[in-house]
Each structure stands twice: as structure tokens, then as C-alpha cells.
Design a protein around this ligand. Structure first.
Ligand code: M6R
Length: 617
């Protein structure tokens, strides 16, 4: 989604803004823009396309200056084009503003402003906001900061904004509600951004703005830099300066052609990191502080509701199977976008688990707030430290996967499932629903997973080879049973989002209730057929497909003979516990999607129309 970078300080702003926009490209966008101030006023340029297009467009222009704002836009109101791109000027080009989010009452506000003679050039809600701020400022003869306060009090919706004005070329104002903003505090400079990635190379000191906070950052030539944070009610806040853990290396491709491939290969390390310090093999225990400190809420829960979107929802479905099998607590899994609006029954003895890589997904955040407001205990499983969801939940656990830059979620999924396994194990132990020996067997097996993933990654070339055969397929079906069913959903999502091939995931046995009609000799069917539980049953499902000449790509356990014999292509993965197969078998599924997309010439890291962090509903 939209990316915001703003700079004020003692260095040249433009190179920092552009580098920042490049770092935010992973979020997904369709146009970009920048505004800097120098001697003769504000200079604003925007263009449809990529940040590199903006750089080319700006080449040769005077972009010197120590203050500026820059933006990547992911269209919501109005087409992706140069006019709708941000920054937006106020009527007389005195103020420039960039925005992430949606101003829901923009139509009413626009009508009011038009009655007062304001005219608009774009179709955006953002232009309404900058005009409103400017109108209030001019009409009342007040400062920009006061006008921002008053304007934001009239706004319904979500926003993260950065504003600069030609009347005070030493100050950037930022504000947030529902969309994240982080301030990097450097030596004589402030950098404001949608997330920490543009700040990493300049400072480790960061401040995450809270809901409805407004930050005024000023750096004048002969004075100490100042930062003033207030809330919408004009109460002064003391910002908490935190230390950023991320380093530059994790934001680079490190020799890989794409972030997605790099992140797939990071999974052995990510899995180790996700259980580091949380499993004690000698004492046969699992310790997650977010659960230990709230054991009462978990153990007295009548049910658990897991809410999430996309890949995180798929991890949640694996989590349901894990928690129900191990801890015997009923679990429901809800799409956050449905849950928040369908008047769900939420009891005080419900525990809601919200899963989100970014920690910023608007629907998941809204579901968290709804559950909290109705008295449920809310626990978060997130990756991005300090994001909105971990801040809104009562407790939680970070997955420690490191920044995930590829839009297609890979390492976050495996780490989420890993943490959910730990959640299920720790609840099972506390409830006494798992024997000591079974518990030990599972944690011992968990420890072997990073090595088994390493081994599976050795299949990369083989997968790349047969991916070529399916480059021009138009449809795919993914089938699995039990723990492998959520994996089928995830495999299908990976393929469709990066290769634009239509793919559907199904519980294998459901196939004959409809999807089997699609099967013909052109249809590739990916079957996750590892040798546990329902093995014979999935073999029958494969036979049903073969009888209709479907082309089987199977994921089997090493040593398998039956499914291999029925398959056109197979991928062998090391044996593991049925409940841990999703962590291992997702790797070849990710690689298959990756190589097909690369063969098709798709932009793997930034697929069309998609955003990494979906901060609008
Ligand atoms: O950041 P989140 O985990 O909340 O994001 C949820 C989905 O938007 C995300 O998983 C999406 O489906 C990915 N593009 C999948 O690869």
C-alpha cells in the first residue's frame, strides 16, 4: 500500500527521500511523487509508474533542499495516474501533503469546501484533506499545526499523513490514525516513514506514533532540532524512543535475483529463530511469555477464534488443527474482513488470536479492536515489531522472521505455523492433554525441521526444470487432506498471486463435489500426499484424477512408491510428523510458484495490483 517518506534536517533531502521510496517499493504501488523546498519555493513532481520513472522525470531539475516529502501511491480513490498521485497541493500551492489510508467522509467535506470556492484537480480523498487543512488555516488565521488538529478532528477514516508548507520550510508535520508512521531520530534530522525500512541506514532511534497522534518535527539552521507530539485533543505526549533491531543487510537481495527467493532460502534460519529460547528440551517445556503471563485467560477459554487474512489465515487454519488436536480447545478460524462486519458473538471467555505478518492489515486490526471492545482476550502473532496489531492486543508473540520484502508471504507463513505449534504445545502441556513422551517427540521433530528444509531446498533446480512445462497452464488445482488442506490453499494462493495463473485449493475429498468437472488432460493438479493419516484416501483421490487424465504433481514422503507411480512429476520431502508437514511441504510449493512466475516473466516481488501491507479495508 502507499508509502510515505518525509525528511527534515541538515542533509540534502532528495536522495534520502528517493532511497526511502525504493525501500518502500515492496509495499506495492502504481505511481510516485516528491516535493522539496528550496529558495524559490515548493517543487512538486509526480508520475505514473515506478520510483525509477519518477527519478528519470526529475532528472536535471533543481531538487536541492533540506526538507521534503515523497510518496508511492496504491490507488483507492481515482485511477492510478499522474494527477491522482501524491503529493497534493492545497489550492494556492502553499501546502503539500501525502497520505496513506482512506478519508471516508471526503465527499461531504469536498462539497462543503466547494461551496467555499475551493476547486479540485484530482479525484482523491487526499486532495480534500489538504484543502481542508489549508481552508481552516486561512479562514481562522491559525498555524498549520492548529489547522491540522482541527481538520483531523473532522475526518472520518484512516490516515497516515506528512505535510510541509512553503511558509515554514523547516517543519514537517506527521499524523496517524489507523495507518502506521514511524519517526527516525537522527543527528540533527528527522525521517518520517510508513515503516522503518527507509530509516535503517540513518538511525537506530525510532518512535512509533500512536493512534491519533500528531508530530511536529522542526530543524532550523541555528537551533536544536525539536519534536513535539500531541494527540487530537491537544494533550502533549512524551514519545518513547525505541531501538531498531533491523539491519541493512536484511533489506538487500544478498545475491538472489528476487527477495522472494531469498526469503524462501531464509526459512531454515527463520524456523530456528522462531523457537530460539522458547523450547527447553531438557525440561521438556515450551515457554511463550505471551501465554505464560495470561495462562488463566487461555485455560478458561470456552473457545479460541483465530482471525487473519490471506496467507496468515491459512496459517491460522493449520493453527486450528494443531490446537484442537493437541490442546483440545475448540477453535474457529475467521476471515477478519467478514468477522468484523457480521455481528459475531463474542464472549468474555473467548480468546481471539490475530495473525498478521505486517501487523498493519486494516481488517485484522479492526477485528482485534472489535474483539477487545466486546471483552475478549486478544493475543497477536505478528512479525513487524511495534506495528499496530501487536500494540492493540493484550499479549502476543513475535515470529521473528525478519523483514519480509517480497509481496508473496513465504517465510512469515512457516514462522507463523511454527509459533502456532508452540502455542498449541504450551496449552496442551498446561491442560495435560498431551503425554510427556508425545510432547517430547514433537519438539524433537521440530528441531530437525531446519535441516529438513535445507535438504528440501536442494530440490530447487529440479522444481525449476519441471516448472517450465507448466509455464503456459491456465488453471491449477491444489489438493490436500488434514494438515495438508490449508497447505493446498496456500500453494494455490502463492501461484495465483505471483504468476496470475488461476489456481484453486481444495480439500482432496471435496473434489468430487464439483471441481472434478474441471479435470482434463491439460489440468495440472498438485497433490500434497505425504504418507500419514489419510494416505490411502488421498491415493484414491489421485486415482480419480488419473481416471480423467489430469496431470499429477505430487509432494510425497521420501521412499514413497504408490503416489510416485501415479504421478507425472513428484517432489520428495523428508519424513516428519503429520502436523509439521505444512512447515516443510510449503517450501516446494513456494518454489514451484516462484519458478513458474519467473518463467512467465512476472514481477515476482511486486505482483500487479497487490500490496504488501493492506492498510485499507
Ligand atoms: O500482513 P498480513 O499477514 O496481515 O497480510 C495478510 C495478507 O494480506 C497476506 O498474507 C497476503 O495474502 C499475501 N500477499 C500472501 O502472500
Amino acid at each position: 500500500m502507499c508509502g510515505i517518506v518525509a525528511y527534515v534536517g541538515n542533509r540534502e533531502a532528495y536522495p534520502i527521500l528517493m532511497k526511502g521510496l525504493h525501500r518502500l517499493e515492496y509495499r506495492g504501488y502504481d505511481s510516485a511523487g516528491v516535493c522539496v523546498y528550496n529558495n524559490d519555493g515548493l517543487h512538486l513532481y509526480k508520475t505514473l509508474g515506478k520510483v525509477a520513472d519518477l527519478e528519470r522525470f526529475v532528472e536535471g531539475k533543481d531538487m536541492s533542499g533540506h526538507i521534503g516529502i515523497a510518496h508511492t501511491r496504491w490507488a483507492t480513490h481515482g485511477l492510478p495516474n499522474e494527477i491522482n498521485a501524491h503529493p497534493h497541493y492545497s489550492q494556492y500551492a502553499d501546502i503539500a501533503l501525502i497520505h496513506n489510508g482512506i478519508i471516508e467522509n471526503y465527499a461531504t467535506l469536498k462539497e462543503e469546501l466547494q461551496k467555499h470556492g475551493r476547486s479540485f484537480t484530482s479525484e482523491t480523498d487526499t486532495e480534500v484533506l489538504v484543502q481542508l487543512i489549508d481552508f481552516i488555516r486561512m479562514d481562522n488565521g491559525i498555524s498549520l499545526e492548529e489547522a491540522v488538529h482541527q481538520a483531523l478532528s473532522q475526518v472520518v477514516g484512516a490516515y497516515a499523513i506528512a505535510i510541509m508548507s512553503k511558509d515554514d520550510p523547516y517543519t514537517v508535520i506527521g499524523a496517524r490514525k489507523g495507518s502506521p508512521l514511524v519517526i527516525g531520530v537522527g543527528d540533527g534530522e528527522f525521517i518520517l516513514a510508513s515503516d522503518a525500512t527507509p530509516l535503517v541506514e540513518y538511525t537506530k532511534k525510532v518512535i512509533y506514533l500512536d493512534e491519533e497522534e500528531i508530530a511536529v518535527m522542526t530543524v532550523r539552521p541555528d537551533a536544536e532540532p525539536t519534536l513535539r507530539v500531541t494527540n487530537l485533543k491537544n494533550v502533549r505526549k512524551t514519545p518513547l524512543v525505541q531501538t531498531l533491531e533491523t539491519n541493512l543487510e536484511v533489506l538487500e537481495k544478498g545475491g538472489y535475483p528476487h527477495f522472494m527467493l531469498k526469503e524462501i532460502y531464509e526459512q531454515p534460519k527463520v524456523i530456528r529463530d522462531s523457537f530460539r529460547g522458547r523450547i527447553n528440551v531438557e525440561r521438556n517445556t515450551v515457554a511463550l511469555s505471551g501465554i505464560i503471563d495470561h495462562q488463566k485467560e487461555f485455560l478458561s477459554a470456552r473457545r479460541i477464534i483465530i482471525t487473519a487474512c490471506g496467507t496468515s489465515w491459512h496459517a491460522g487454519l493449520v493453527g486450528k488443527y494443531l490446537i484442537e488436536e493437541l490442546a483440545r480447545i475448540p477453535v474457529e478460524v475467521e476471515y477478519a474482513s467478514e468477522y468484523r462486519y457480521r455481528h459475531p458473538i463474542i464472549n468474555k471467555d473467548d480468546v481471539v488470536i490475530a495473525i498478521s505478518q505486517s501487523g498493519e492489515t486494516a481488517d485484522t486490526l479492526a477485528a482485534v479492536n472489535l474483539a477487545r471492545d466486546q471483552g475478549a482476550f486478544v493475543y497477536g502473532i505478528c512479525n513487524v515489531v511495534g506495528a499496530s496489531i501487536p500494540r492493540a492486543t493484550h499479549s502476543g508473540t513475535y515470529i521473528h522472521a525478519g523483514p519480509e520484502i517480497g509481496v508473496a508471504s513465504t517465510k512469515a507463513f512457516t514462522a507463523q505455523v511454527c509459533v502456532l505449534t508452540l502455542v498449541a504445545l504450551s496449552l496442551a502441556k498446561a491442560k495435560g492433554t498431551v503425554s510427556e513422551s508425545r510432547f517430547r517427540a514433537i519438539i524433537n521433530e521440530l528441531y530437525t525441521l531446519p535441516d529438513k528444509i535445507e535438504k528440501t531446498l536442494l530440490l530447487n533446480d529440479r522444481i525449476a526444470d519441471f516448472a517450465k512445462i507448466f509455464t503456459y497452464s491456465r488453471n491449477f488445482l491444489y489438493l490436500g487432506r488434514g494438515y495438508n488442506y490449508p497447505l493446498a490453499l496456500e500453494g494455490a494462493l502463492k501461484l495465483k498471486e505471483i504468476s496470475y495463473i488461476h489456481a484453486e485449493g481444495y480439500p482432496a475429498a471435496e473434489m468430487k463435489h464439483g471441481p472434478i468437472a474441471l479435470v482434463d488432460n491439460e489440468m495440472p493438479i498438485v497433490v500434497i500426499a505425504t504418507n500419514q493419516g489419510n494416505y490411502e484416501k488421498i491415493v484414491s483421490n489421485i486415482q480419480e484424477v488419473k481416471a480423467r487424465k489430469g496431470r499429477i504433481i505430487s509432494i510425497v514422503t521420501e521412499g514413497d512408491t504408490t503416489v510416485k507411480a501415479l504421478s507425472d512429476f513428484y517432489i520428495e520431502i523428508p519424513p516428519t510428523e503429520a502436523m509439521l508437514v505444512p512447515i516443510l511441504a510449503c517450501v516446494p510449493l513456494q518454489l514451484l510458484a516462484y519458478h513458474i512466475a519467473v518463467q512467465r516473466g512476472c514481477n515476482v516481488d511486486q505482483p500487479r495490483n497487490l500490496a504488501k501491507s493492506v492498510t485499507v479495508e
